[in-house]
Write a protein that binds this ligand. Structure first.
Ligand code: AMP
Length: 223
């Protein structure tokens, strides 16, 4: 299926879960186009707040840059505000929230979720993906030095600026993020499985292959 094709839908509320580097951001952007519902990435919201040095950014900066989870009360408050905005009435894709059982409990008091997609990828592959990840500091276009390299030596094809690596994509920080994932986020996979909401997707392959698997499964489940 073409990623720009629209799927006929009413309100769809989806969560994407997966280790760092599994493709949550990429897949939720494709789903956003396909279902015409907003993608809500707590990581993006926090990074923007850090860059703009807002009060939220100041509270979150050390946690994010060192690969620790931001405290639950901060991200839960942020999501409560975001889900009350008008554009969420037709549904949404949560990318990177919830990440702890307390966050899942708080979310269940706010909305009923239709499906939780777990992007499954083993740690070796995660490390290869994260180590090569770069983006343009101006337009934000994502690249991968092995799988989607720029045409000219680490520079953006559109802006010609030197590509940058996320502060938290450095090796030591990646290890901390994977530790947080195993400790705090893997338990919520069981949490949603017990509630029969879980859809497991093999996240290996190209972004289009993974996307096709997701859409086929959602359609099969009438979501
Ligand atoms: P991401 O872009 O989803 O990989 O998130 C980047 C970083 O933002 C994470 O490593 C955490 O420090 C922070 N973060 C994002 N979402 C959450 C969340 N739901 N709970 C706690 N911290 C979060």
């Amino acid at each position: 299926m073409d990623d720009a094709a629209e799927v006929e839908q009413t309100a769809v509320k989806i969560i994407l879960i997966g280790p760092p580097g599994a493709g949550k951001g990429t897949q939720s952007q494709l789903l956003q186009k396909c279902y015409s519902i907003p993608q809500i990435s707590t990581g993006d919201i926090l990074r923007e707040a850090i860059q703009k040095e807002t009060p939220l950014g100041k509270k979150a900066k050390d946690f994010v840059n060192k690969g620790y989870l931001v405290p639950d009360e901060i991200v839960i408050g942020l999501i409560q505000d975001r889900l009350h905005r008008n554009d969420c009435r037709k549904g949404f894709i949560l990318d990177g929230f919830p990440r702890t059982v307390s966050q899942s409990d708080a979310l269940s008091n706010l909305v009923v979720i239709d499906a939780v997609i777990s992007l499954d990828l083993d740690e070796e592959e995660v490390l290869v993906r994260l180590a090569g990840r770069r983006s343009c500091p101006k337009c934000g276009k994502p690249y991968h030095m092995r799988f989607e390299p720029p045409q000219h030596n680490e520079r953006c094809d559109t802006c010609s600026l030197k590509l940058i690596q996320r502060v938290d994509d450095k090796e030591e920080t990646i290890r901390q993020r994977l530790f947080e994932y195993r400790k705090n986020t893997e338990p919520i996979i069981r949490y949603y499985d017990e509630k029969s909401k879980l859809i497991r997707i093999d996240a290996r392959g190209t972004k289009q292959e993974v996307f096709n698997r997701i859409v086929a499964t959602l359609q099969y489940d009438h979501i």
